[in-house]
Design a protein around this ligand. Structure first.
Ligand code: SF4
Length: 228
């Protein structure tokens, strides 16, 4: 692969270089960011996918096929999500590593959602990222107010690796347009009122304009902890 953009290769956590890359990519196509990330981190980067939609998986498969993918199997996914993930794995011949919790308490979502997310999402992700220098996610600014300033490239201080969000600037309309233009398969629950899809105990159909309003809808919680 080649790239013409003069950007740093981030072999060490140089915060100034990370900031420069982040600014440089503010108006760049996602494919350019993905290629840069793959060239910069080579086999030391992984894509974390929740398999809610096929957009980032499709972009990555088109630009840097073979990039490893991590899926956090919390044990509480909708059957439709597991089915859809398998469809995408086959369609793109994805190299998917499925991370399962190792120390989770049954039904903890009923009593302590933070501890449940920590055991079933945060800890498995941290295991998946061991030995990596970067991870890529589909986080977008338009998803919630808390995410509205999300960077494209940042240093994930807690995990001591770089985080790349190639579609951070995309709106819901951008996602819809990409899905339509590329005739991508959609998650079966998307057509049934679920704009954001997580674990079944903590996901309800979306209300209003906030695409994540159905997540932990009855409590004061908006994030599981993997994007903190
Ligand atoms: S989203 Fe709900 S069920 Fe899933 S890990 Fe978090 S608390 Fe547990």
């Amino acid at each position: 692969m080649t790239h013409s953009l003069e950007l740093p290769r981030l072999n060490t956590p140089d915060l100034a270089e990370i900031s420069r890359a982040n600014e440089a990519f503010e108006n760049s196509p996602a494919s350019r960011i993905i290629v840069w990330a793959a060239e910069t981190f080579e086999n030391r980067i992984v894509l974390a996918s929740s398999f809610q939609d096929a957009v980032l998986v499709d972009l990555v498969a088109r630009t840097v096929p073979g990039l490893p993918v991590v899926f956090l199997d919390t044990g509480y996914h909708f059957a439709e999500t597991l089915w859809y993930a398998e469809q995408l794995r086959r369609r793109y011949d994805l190299d998917v590593e499925i991370m399962a919790p190792v120390n989770a308490t049954e039904d903890q979502w009923m009593t302590d959602t933070d501890a449940c997310c920590k055991a079933r999402k945060v800890e498995p992700l941290e295991r998946a990222l061991l030995g990596r220098d970067a991870w890529m996610t589909g986080l977008r600014r338009s998803e919630t107010a808390q995410r509205r300033n999300a960077p494209i490239v940042s240093y994930d201080i807690g995990r001591a690796i770089v985080k790349v969000n190639p579609i951070a600037t995309w709106t819901d309309l951008d996602i819809e347009g990409y899905v339509k233009d590329h005739d991508l398969p959609v998650h079966p629950l998307s057509d049934r009122g679920y704009a954001s899809i997580g674990c079944w105990p903590c996901t309800r159909q979306t209300s209003g304009d906030d695409s994540r309003s159905g997540r932990w809808a009855s409590i004061e919680k908006t994030e599981c902890g993997i994007h903190d």
